[in-house]
Write a protein that binds this ligand. Structure first.
Ligand code: GLN
Length: 359
């Protein structure tokens, strides 16, 4: 005798209802919860006309308007917005970073937040990204995004960049990869990405070390990850930090003098990033001032203005003897961030050099 029973109406109804629920209700529930923290920049900028791509005003459009401009977001994530700041990113300060970092950590500790997108001006986007890469205590994705054209421009890049960033922040594959930067359909690591062009949409690049992924057809694809420690795996904790130590950058060039260096040291700089020419070479008339500053207690990190390559420790200067630190592959603006955070833990140069080879 057959064990099969005919499905009667109430059972059939239940099966159909369950199927319908799975196709609609459950789908909505499984969409990731992505928080968009808006800070300003060109992505929130407006110009006088649709052909204005320079000379516009940054940081005028609010986060709800940014979200409303991309209704497609609702299909890929449960998106909420929060206006953290409304500034052009050249005005970003250490205080803004501490506020933002603490807010990100608070949100990521919540079970109902799966990932965070931060909209940001592009000028210092790489710096904020690297700061967060060192202080965010979570494996959940954090993605920085900006735009090179204001929201009012023809072919504005902000809306698609935002959509892509939300996709990355909601992607399981992005978890544990550190803070990411997504613009122009590409995904980069915070540590290695840099702005390379004053105005074109392909400005964000990771020269030599390479991007880590692409966004295409509504999906993030990853091909590599950084070997450097980040986020959940760093020794830095800003929870109880109200201010960061003063660290400044002196730029190297032919005919360089010590005016800026002396002024920074006199103003109480705890550390100086020497953005030297070439492999971080020290001009004959600047070197004695750096040595004197170190003797007085200021930490000196040798970095390069070149933009690519390893800064060789004990190469252009005897760092062991002078008690200087080599920046490894960090550009000067990122070396400044690591030195500030390092100084919250120690002023031991060997320890700080270890950090520069770790993060
Ligand atoms: N493309 C941009 O976002 C640059 C605008 C502005 N200078 C900023 O960084 O916020």
């Amino acid at each position: 005798m057959s064990r099969h029973k005919t499905l009667h109406f109430p059972q059939l109804f239940l099966v159909l209802a369950t199927l319908l629920f799975m196709l609609t209700g459950v789908h909505a529930q499984t969409r990731p919860n992505v928080m968009i923290l808006a800070t300003g920049g060109t992505i929130a900028g407006t110009g006088a006309s649709s052909t204005t791509t320079v000379g516009y005003t940054a940081a005028t459009v609010g986060v709800q308007q940014l979200i409303a401009a991309v209704p497609e977001l609702a299909k890929v994530a449960n998106v909420k917005g929060e206006q953290v700041f409304q500034i052009a990113s050249e005005s970003m300060t250490n205080e803004h970073w501490l506020t933002l970092g603490k807010r990100v950590n608070t949100l990521l500790a919540q079970a109902d937040v799966d990932g965070i997108v931060i909209t940001h001006g592009t000028d210092t986007l790489e710096e904020t990204a690297y700061f967060l890469d060192l202080v965010v205590k979570s494996r959940k994705p954090v993605v920085l995004v900006g735009a090179m054209r204001p929201s009012t421009a023809l072919s504005a890049d902000g809306p698609l960049n935002l959509y892509n960033a939300v996709l990355v922040a909601g992607s399981r594959d992005a978890a544990g990869k550190g803070v990411l930067v997504a613009l122009n359909d590409q995904i980069h690591t915070a540590r290695d990405v840099t702005k390379t062009n004053t105005s074109t949409p392909d400005s964000f690049r990771t020269p030599e070390l390479g991007l880590v992924g692409y966004i295409q057809g509504g999906k993030a694809f990853f091909y590599r990850a950084s070997t450097r420690k980040h986020t959940f795996d760093t020794e830095f904790d800003i929870a109880n930090i109200a201010a960061l130590p003063q660290v400044d950058i002196v730029y190297g060039y032919a005919n360089m003098n010590t005016v800026a260096l002396d002024a920074f040291v006199a103003a109480g700089a705890k550390g100086i990033i020497h953005a030297g020419v070439g492999d971080g070479s020290l001009a004959a008339r600047v070197k004695p001032a750096l040595i004197a500053a170190r003797k007085k207690g200021t930490l000196i990190v040798r970095a390069s203005r070149v933009g690519q390559g390893i800064l060789a420790r004990n190469g252009e200067a005897n760092d062991d003897e002078l008690d200087f630190i080599a920046a490894d592959t960090l550009n000067p603006q990122k070396a400044r961030i690591l030195l500030m955070l390092a100084l919250t833990k120690t002023s031991n140069t060997a320890e700080i050099q270890r950090m520069f080879y770790t993060y």
